[in-house]
Design a protein around this ligand. Structure first.
Ligand SMILES: [Zn+2]
Length: 429
């Protein structure tokens, strides 16, 4: 004969499917609400001595919040208080608790789990989730906050490579100083610190200056800080200063994408200046240089045969001073430099870059070269380790998505816990 493997094998309990509970009654009220009454099938172990109890002292009905089951339900738990019959135990009686509804909980674990999945994994807005589960906005936010408290301790991780990058947490605001009546521009920035090997967000700090990152690093244990070998940053002098202070033995690498962007910005400035100089106005669709402005920024090795041809045409038709081509060559040489595999090759590429900059003889190219020289140590680390902040940028994209779903955040603590939880959830997946 087959033995039932579930304690509750009646149809109602199977359909309701709340582990360790049996449905004892279901009532349809005149207003259309359904009251589901359950009792536990979980063995009532005394929390002090662990001995299983057999004598019920009293029963009390507790209302619980639960997920909708084929529509909204009102869940009532016919909760029992048991006598502890173990004569050595000091506790005379206790209330029952289950993994689904621990002591003092007023909602089921499956509700909390579903809410977390909706917000963190599926990226639904808190307000939308609250409506879908028939609970308050505050409860959803509290569930997320509780989960954030249970996040693994950053200090127990041992990251080898860190990436640091900033992003704007909300739009720029202006505040009027009540004393001087002057308007103050306020840019709310936050800095994300990411483990480059795993892509996990380790911390989010306010601001994008030396203080925020410095304080966060200072709060880590010494072993943790000594374990970090490389940190990738965008060319920000503030971050570099904080790193020299708190991670003095760590190699700092500058991000590839940001350096390439500096070169592209330089080329764009030259193109715009040329248009003003030759035509006395901004570029138009009919100007070859303007029409091919994206082609100019494209990597040389990614250009098609047709692309090369069009670019040559731009330099022939729309570059009377030759400065556009000179700037383009500087940009391409910097990209070649960044893709070299060894320090010798990089040094040779830097000499070639210096020649091109000297021949170009423009303030824009000179400024770019000065930046390259100022960040040369960090560029060498980039070439040797390949540590870039690409994973931080990937997280920043995800962060933008979080912000967009929520239509902005007013509470920075809620915002930070959402980012950390999402990142941790992706790690676990
Ligand atoms: Zn006991």
């Amino acid at each position: 004969m087959l033995e039932p493997t579930l304690a509750a094998d009646d149809a109602a309990s199977l359909i309701f499917n709340l582990p360790d509970y049996r449905v004892t009654a279901a009532v349809l009220l005149p207003d259309g609400a359904r009251h589901i009454t359950v009792e536990t099938t979980f063995p009532p172990g005394c929390p002090s001595c662990g001995v299983v109890a057999f004598r019920v002292k009293e029963r009390r009905c507790q209302r619980l919040r639960d997920i909708p089951v084929a529509g909204r339900v009102v869940l009532l738990w016919d909760k029992r208080r048991w006598f502890c019959d173990e004569y050595l135990c000091e506790r005379k009686s206790f209330c029952e608790a289950t993994p689904q509804v621990p002591r003092r909980a007023r909602s089921t674990r499956r509700l909390r789990q579903s809410v977390l999945e909706a917000v963190i994994t599926s990226g639904r807005a808190v307000s939308e989730t609250a409506v879908a589960f028939g609970i308050s906005w505050w409860l959803v936010q509290q569930i997320i906050g509780d989960a954030a408290l249970r996040l693994p301790d950053v200090d127990l991780l041992a990251p080898r490579m860190l990436g640091i990058d900033e992003h704007r947490y909300r739009s720029v605001r202006f505040f009027q100083d009540p004393g001087t009546k002057a308007w103050i521009r306020y840019e709310p920035w936050m800095t994300t610190i990411v483990d480059l090997d795993t892509g996990q967000v380790l911390g989010i700090v306010d601001g994008r200056d030396r203080k925020g990152v410095g304080n966060w690093l200072f709060a880590r244990p010494l072993d943790w800080r000594l374990g970090v070998q490389v940190v990738a940053i965008d060319p920000s002098a503030a971050f570099r200063k904080a790193l020299r202070m708190w991670l003095p033995r760590t190699a700092v690498s500058v991000d590839l994408f940001h350096v390439t962007m500096l070169a592209n910005d330089m080329l764009t400035t030259v193109r715009q200046g040329l248009s003003q100089q030759v035509r006395g106005r901004r570029g138009r669709t009919t100007d070859p240089a303007w029409a091919n402005r994206m082609l100019l920024l494209k990597a040389n090795e990614n250009l098609s045969e047709r692309g090369h041809h069009r670019l040559a045409g731009v330099f022939a038709a729309d570059d009377p001073t030759g400065s556009l081509q000179a700037a383009w060559q500087v940009k391409e040489q910097l990209r070649t430099l960044l893709s070299t595999g060894s320090l010798e090759d990089a040094a040779a590429a830097k000499t070639a870059l210096a020649d091109l900059v000297e021949r170009a003889a423009m303030p824009e190219t000179n400024r770019l070269y000065r930046t390259v020289c100022r960040w040369w140590a960090e560029i060498e680390v980039l070439i040797v380790t390949g540590a870039t902040t690409a994973k931080v940028e990937a997280n920043n994209t995800a962060i933008k998505h979080i912000k967009r779903t929520a239509r902005g955040y007013r509470n920075p603590i809620n915002y930070k816990s959402r980012i950390l939880l999402r990142s941790a959830a992706r790690m676990a997946a």
